[in-house]
Design a protein around this ligand. Structure first.
Ligand code: NAD
Ligand code: DAU
Length: 346
């Protein structure tokens, strides 16, 4: 790896924890993980690497410039990988404020501290959601317009624009990646796949918004982490890279694949009220990152089988989350499921 000392923000979340594990295993880089431990941050996600001498954890907020400044200087950080974000679309619809604070102001603070310290590479983890809904057969390339459909995606697109501006104005070496929907180990059950697995394994109905024919492109998290390492090594300053697989599935198809992998034959799909402003289709053109030499290794089906196996084997991890803040969130978000014999089985 070209860089010696990485600051990874949001490393106690789903993708960040997978990225840290893989980077420690594959490179000689030292890693500092800065995480605020919001409801989505979980130290259990990095428990197995806590004792690694190349790894350290700092509990803190990317919006706190003094903390960011101190870490960059004390650890001689030469590369920042920013995963820290509020990430759930439904929560952004209920309250956009924390999304603006972390996903926009937090990025500005990171950019300013990194620029002043001459950090050599800043990787901003963005999302395909910034392109908004695509028409059938269309794939957004990196020049497609940003047509955000939710407060979450608007906050991520704002950060992308700030990054672009810091490259243009200060030649600060920013690279942006825009990946599709990730799935795999350590994903919080507010997201569709772990939600569906945990409910199916408990024999509970699975809430499907609207007709369930919305489509996403699914990326196994390990393939995503490999793509990020490729961009860190080979990406060009100021550029944007889409990361996607072409494994487009409707939400109903995803759930049916999960049910098949669990061996559950009961009909558990329950159509509930649609998400406001729900984007029908996300699809990206990934030709540019292919030119850097990256290709996904997992088929969608293999990723689903591996994911189901991981959640089956890690019931205690899931139980801990389901019994905390999430139980109140679930009751509020899915209140129409209450009183229908669904929650009682939880
Ligand atoms: P996650 O919700 O699982 O984890 C987010 C992490 O960021 C948590 O550990 C949380 O504690 C931390 N965090 C939040 N606010 C913070 C702050 N102010 N300071 C420091 N830490 C803070 O998220 P994820 O699914 O792993 O997503 C990681 C990144 O990838 C995000 O930027 C997200 O927008 C992007 N992304 C995710 C997906 C996906 O499918 N999960 C797809 C595209 C892009
Ligand atoms: O596309 C990348 C994005 O993928 C990331 O930027 C986001 O951080 C990440 O949360 C994810 O956003 P989505 O909204 O696509 O993911 P989510 O798992 O919330 O929903 C996936 C699809 O499933 C979407 O069409 C909404 C639907 N859904 C979701 C939930 C939670 C349901 O039908 N029922 C549900 O209960």
């Amino acid at each position: 790896m070209k860089y010696n000392s990485l600051l990874v923000t949001g490393g106690c979340g789903f993708i960040g924890s997978n990225f840290i594990r893989r980077t420690l295993a594959q490179t000689n880089a030292r890693i500092v993980n800065l995480d605020k431990l919001t409801y989505a941050g979980n130290t259990a996600n990095v428990a197995d690497i806590a004792g690694n001498p190349s790894y350290s954890f700092i509990h803190g907020d990317i919006c706190d410039g003094r903390t960011v400044h101190a870490i960059i200087h004390e650890h001689a950080i030469d590369c920042i990988v920013n995963f820290a974000a509020e990430t759930h679309v439904d929560r952004s619809i209920a309250n956009a404020a924390p999304f603006i604070a972390t996903n926009i102001s937090g990025v500005q603070i990171l950019l300013d501290e990194a620029r002043r310290a001459n950090v050599k590479r800043f990787l901003q983890i963005s999302t395909d959601e910034v392109y908004g809904s695509q028409h059938d057969g269309e794939n957004a390339d990196e020049f497609a317009p940003l047509q955000c459909g939710s407060p979450y995606s608007a906050s991520k697109a704002s950060a992308d624009l700030l990054c672009r501006a810091y490259w243009k104005t200060y030649q600060f070496p920013v690279v942006i990646t825009r990946c599709t929907n990730n799935f795999g180990p350590f994903q919080h059950p507010e997201k569709l796949i772990p939600l569906a697995i945990s409910r199916a394994l408990a024999g509970n109905e699975i809430p499907v918004y609207g007709d369930g024919l919305q489509r996403r492109d699914w990326l196994y998290v390990e393939d995503h982490c490999e793509a990020l390492l490729t961009v860190i090594e080979k990406g060009i300053d100021g550029e944007v890279y889409n990361i996607g697989t072409g494994y487009q599935r409707t939400n109903v198809e995803v759930i049916n694949s999960l049910l098949h992998a669990t061996g559950i034959t009961a009909q558990l799909i329950r159509h509930v009220q649609d998400r406001p402003g729900h984007d029908r289709l996300y699809a990206v053109d990934a030709a540019k990152i292919h030119r850097l030499g990256w290709r996904q290794k997992h088929s969608f089906e293999q990723g689903i089988v591996d994911t189901v196996a991981w959640y089956r084997a890690n019931g205690a991890w899931m139980k801990e989350i389901l019994s905390g803040e999430y139980s109140q969130y679930f009751a509020k978000q899915y209140n129409e499921l209450q009183g229908h014999g669904v929650l009682e089985k939880d």
